[in-house]
Design a protein around this ligand. Sequence first.
Ligand code: COS
Length: 391
Amino acid sequence: MINWFLTEEQQMIKDVAREVADKVIAPVSAKYEESEEFAWECIEACAQADLFRVSIPEAYGGMVPSGSLGVFNQCLVVEELSRVDAAIAVSYAASGLGFYPIIFFGNEEQKQKYLPDLADGKKLAAFGLTEANAGSDAGGIQTKAVPDGDHYILNGTKQWITNGGEADIYTVIAMTDPAKGSRGATAFIVEKGTPGFSFGKKEKKMGIRASATRELIFQDCRIPKENVLGREGQGFIVAMKTLDHTRPGIGAQAVGIAQGALDDAVNYARKRVQFGKPIIAQQAIQHMLADMATSIEAARALVYAVARSIDAGTKDISKESAMVKLFCSDMAMKVTTDAVQVFGGYGYMREYPVEKRMRDAKITQIYEGTNQIQRNVIGLALNKEYAGKKH
Ligand code: COS
């Protein structure tokens, strides 16, 4: 076993998350997968276990001391929850995606107003960037926010928003000056219940079925000016900086999913007898399991290194954050596909847990920026880094 040299507090966070995952989530995971209902009882268990506090500053009800960010804590929790159920893990993690912009760009009043309830887990947050015609091309959003006295009027629709309809607090990116392109976007805090703000139908998905994915619909929705996050025109930066800090969490989710698949596969291979011996004694299976275990450890090491680096204050982290998301999600897709293979025909049956893990792994290659976009981010950063260097 690798010693990750967790502090006492980090070990406690990991242990508590594992306990919630094993005792509360595991017994109901299949039920929520089937019904596709939002697993409020699991979210409430996370709240009671103080798991929403791990990435919120102490000053606002969380447990992150000033000078740190809690990204590593968040990764530890997401990994443990994803080992058991990636849908419930993403419902937890998407609240972080929604509240990180408030932590990074919120003013004192906004932080005091919104963060304590999010730290208590009394409320969930969500992040509204994507639109029907603005997925990878996030700068192409069309939702508009037009100033009107001491308000802005929002019109437009956000698509595929995790926690949509369930969350109370939404960070929404809208165009305030479309002529300026990405420099004309602004971030807003929008509360559920604001007149003119409604939700589309719940999407039916390949995986992470217990998570809620809905449209956010704004029709002449009046948002007070004090709900602008950061400055007008800073919305694209708010979104990009947020994603730089949350993509390691997707890496952690992928590691958790893959670890769960490996656990299933090893346990199955030790019991399943063919040709007179457990299939784990067959080298073809042994080698698959060995590759799976090795790639999970490599991915975990990358998540932990980058998350710790972010917490330590490293500023320019876009490239490494993209690398975590890219490497871990591709790893999880491969590991979960191989886990299904180890199970053979049983792996293809919904009665066994591994096909769910394979379906859940797929989204980690897509959301928070497709892996093609991650490669663009990495490639552009390399080009910049090497410009002018002599080799
Ligand atoms: N941090 C700070 N600033 C950033 C940044 C980052 N990580 N990434 C870009 N910017 C800045 C750029 O410096 C540029 O600023 P200037 O206008 O001052 O030059 C501005 O933002 C626009 O950047 P760029 O021209 O690179 O933007 P593009 O429109 O080419 O888009 C990508 C860049 C593709 C990387 C971006 O749109 C992206 O990440 N897309 C995926 C979105 C995503 O993850 N969606 C999932 C939804 S959330 S679940």
